[in-house]
Design a protein around this ligand. Structure first.
Ligand code: OAD
Length: 237
C-alpha cells in the first residue's frame, strides 16, 4: 500500500482508539457500559422516562474527559492528516481526544460530550466549566428551557453530517477503520460504501470486527501500537 500526498483518505474511528487512554469501550462487558445497559441511558426514550439517570450518567462521562489524555494513536492520525491534501476523520467517539490531539478535519458522527443542546430552541453550547459539570441540570441561556440535554446522537436518532460523510467516503482512495466493532449503523456501513467505490480498505482492531472480510488489509492488535507504526511506515515509503 502506497500513500501519496494527494491520496484521498477517510478514517473512521470507534471506542477502541480511546481504550488505551482509559475510556471503556461499549461492547466489552456484554453490552453493559459503565454499569448501565446502553438502552437505559442512550436513547431519547430513556431521557423522557428518567432524565435524572441519563443526565447523571452523561455528567460522569463528561467529567471523565478531564482525567484522560490522547494516546499515540490519536497523535499519529494528526501526522497523517498533516501529510495529506484531502483527509477526513469520522469518529463515532463522543470524547474530545481527537481534537485535543490536534485533528482538524474531524466529524463527530455521534455528537460530543463537551456540548449540550436545548431541545426547545436548538442552541448548542460548549459546556465544560465547573458549573456545567455538576449533577444539577444546566438551564438554557437563550430560552426558558430548564434542562439542556447531552449533544449526543442516541439510538433511534439521526447521526450528524451524513451528507458530508457519504460525499467524502464516496470518493476516497483509502478507507481506514480503527477500533470499531462494526455493529452500529450507519457508521458500520461506510466500509461497504468505500469498498463499492474501489477504495483500498484497511482495518485495525483488537478483535476481528463484524465486517472483517471486506478489508483488503486487516491488522489485529492495539491501536496505540499499530496506528503509529503503520502511519510511520506509510509516510516513509
Ligand atoms: P465497540 O465497543 O462496539 O467496539 C470497540 C472495538 O474496539 C471492539 O471491536 C474492540 O475489539 C476494539 N478495541 C478495544 N480496545 C482496543 C485497542 N486498544 N485497540 C484497538 N482496538 C480495540 O465501540 P464502537 O464500534 O465505537 O454509539 O461502537 C459504536 C457505537 O456504539 C458508539 O459510537 C456508541 C455505541 O453505542 C453512541 O453512543 C451513539
Amino acid at each position: 500500500m502506497m500513500f501519496q500526498s494527494n491520496s484521498r483518505v477517510v478514517v473512521l474511528t470507534g471506542a477502541g482508539i480511546s481504550a488505551e487512554s482509559g475510556i471503556r469501550t461499549f461492547r466489552a462487558n456484554d453490552g453493559v457500559w459503565e454499569n448501565h445497559r446502553i438502552e437505559d441511558v442512550a436513547t431519547p426514550f430513556a431521557w423522557e422516562r428518567d432524565p435524572k439517570l441519563v443526565w447523571e450518567f452523561y455528567q460522569g462521562r463528561r467529567r471523565q474527559l478531564l482525567d484522560v489524555v490522547p494516546n499515540s494513536a490519536h497523535d499519529a492520525l494528526v501526522l497523517l492528516e498533516n501529510y495529506l491534501d484531502e483527509f477526513l476523520l469520522i469518529t463515532q467517539n463522543v470524547d474530545d481526544l481527537h481534537s485535543r490531539a490536534g485533528s482538524k478535519k474531524l466529524i463527530h458522527i455521534h455528537g460530543e460530550l463537551r456540548k449540550l443542546r436545548c431541545e426547545t430552541c436548538g442552541q448548542v453550547i460548549e459546556a465544560m466549566n465547573d458549573e456545567h459539570l455538576q449533577n444539577q441540570y444546566v438551564e438554557c441561556t437563550q430560552c426558558t428551557d430548564k434542562k439542556l440535554r447531552p449533544h449526543i446522537v442516541w439510538f433511534h436518532e439521526m447521526p450528524f453530517q451524513m451528507n458530508e460523510i457519504y460525499d467524502a467516503v464516496g470518493k476516497c482512495d483509502v478507507f481506514i477503520a480503527i477500533g470499531t466493532s462494526g455493529h452500529v449503523y450507519p457508521a458500520a456501513g461506510l466500509l461497504s460504501v468505500a469498498k463499492d467505490v474501489g477504495a483500498y480498505c484497511i482495518g485495525i482492531n483488537l478483535d476481528p470486527p463484524e465486517n472483517v472480510s471486506l478489508f483488503d488489509e486487516f491488522h489485529q492488535g492495539l491501536a496505540g501500537e499499530l496506528v503509529p507504526a503503520l502511519i510511520s511506515k506509510w509516510l516513509n515509503e
